[in-house]
Ligand binder design. Structure first.
Ligand code: GLV
Length: 326
């Protein structure tokens, strides 16, 4: 019996490839080229399934050129690289990797918030540059974390994880804004209070962004919003590039309109807005919030489980458009 053909579009753990190879004829990309749209189509047009990451855009053109495609399994919880309505219209199943990265990503969000507030990267660069000649009373004095007000924009699973860390571990006063309000039970578990976006911006000492990217959330934090924040506040983005207007952020940091920022995701990444590279009061990391070995393996496993579950057993684990199944 011939096995379904799949494309693994980026490099992945050898164990994941070996597992997939037991069920599929696999075309892999262990050289880890990032395919152009044309290259992606050339490789995908004879495949039934694809294992993708955020760098592969699956849109109407790609779908039209790949009529045999049945499933695209993203190794990411975010899926703004998918045009889900177009996939549903073509009866192509979309899957992502929720839950397995929640706590790890919340750890990173909290770590980036602390590094930003306590100026860890900036002071480390100073020390490495040989500029530390004496201790002084106000050297790298940052913003208090414990007991301060933690604001969260986007209160899904990861946002709730950050809220719990802040409320229970650091005695923070947690406020949040989200499209829909959490149930009273979840609010109590996170000790979080629902506020308007305006109140969130005006009140938070540390604002963490964890909302999904969409046309509505594009530049949700731009010059106007940055102007509403406290001049002592910090901003952390572990959600998606494009939610923050990076040029406006760089300007606000340069003008000390806000105190500091920690940014893991960038509009047009891996390109980084050049102005962000020249301001000192920002911690910059290359989209690594879910990057622990265990979590990345769990994400790869879940993406593989979705391909095997659907193409072999007819039962994917985490479908985004389950209507395709009926
Ligand atoms: C990472 O950004 C993810 O969406 O999993």
């Amino acid at each position: 019996m011939t096995q379904p053909r799949i494309l693994v579009a980026r490099a992945v753990f050898p164990e994941t490839l070996a597992r997939l190879a037991r069920h599929f004829e696999v075309e892999s990309n262990q050289d880890d080229q990032v395919f152009s749209k044309q290259e992606l189509v050339a490789r995908l047009k004879d495949k039934a399934g694809a294992f993708t990451t955020g760098s592969e855009r699956i849109d109407a053109d790609v779908l039209a050129a790949c009529p045999g495609l049945k499933i695209v399994a993203n190794m990411a919880v975010g899926y703004n690289n998918f045009d889900v309505p177009a996939m549903t219209a073509r009866k192509v199943l979309a899957t992502n990797t929720p839950d397995v990265l929640t706590e790890t990503t919340a750890d990173f969000g909290f770590a980036l918030m602390m590094a930003t507030a306590r100026r860890i990267a900036e002071s480390e660069h100073y020390l490495r540059a040989g500029k530390w000649t004496k201790w002084s009373y106000d050297m790298f004095a940052g913003a208090e974390v414990h007991g301060s007000t933690l604001g969260i924009l986007g209160m899904g699973r990861i946002g709730q994880g950050i809220a719990r860390r802040g409320a229970h571990g650091f005695g923070m006063n947690v406020i949040y804004h989200n499209r829909s309000r959490l149930s009273p039970d979840l609010e109590a578990a996170c000790k979080a209070r629902y506020v308007s976006k305006e109140e969130l911006l005006k009140t938070a000492d540390h604002l963490v962004l964890v909302l999904p990217y969409s046309a509505e959330s594009h530049h949700a934090i731009a010059a106007k919003e940055l102007a509403q924040m406290k001049p002592t506040a910090t901003l952390v983005n572990i959600a998606r590039g494009g939610i923050v207007d990076d040029a406006a952020l760089a300007q606000a940091l340069r003008d000390r309109r806000i105190a500091a920022a920690g940014i893991d995701v960038f509009e047009g990444e891996p390109k980084v807005h050049p102005d962000l590279l020249t301001v000192p009061n920002v911690v910059l990391t290359p989209h690594i919030a879910s990057a622990t070995v265990q979590t990345r393996m769990a994400m790869a496993d879940l993406a593989a489980d979705n391909l095997i579950g659907f193409l072999v057993n007819g039962k994917p684990l985490t479908p985004l458009n389950p209507e395709v199944l009926s």
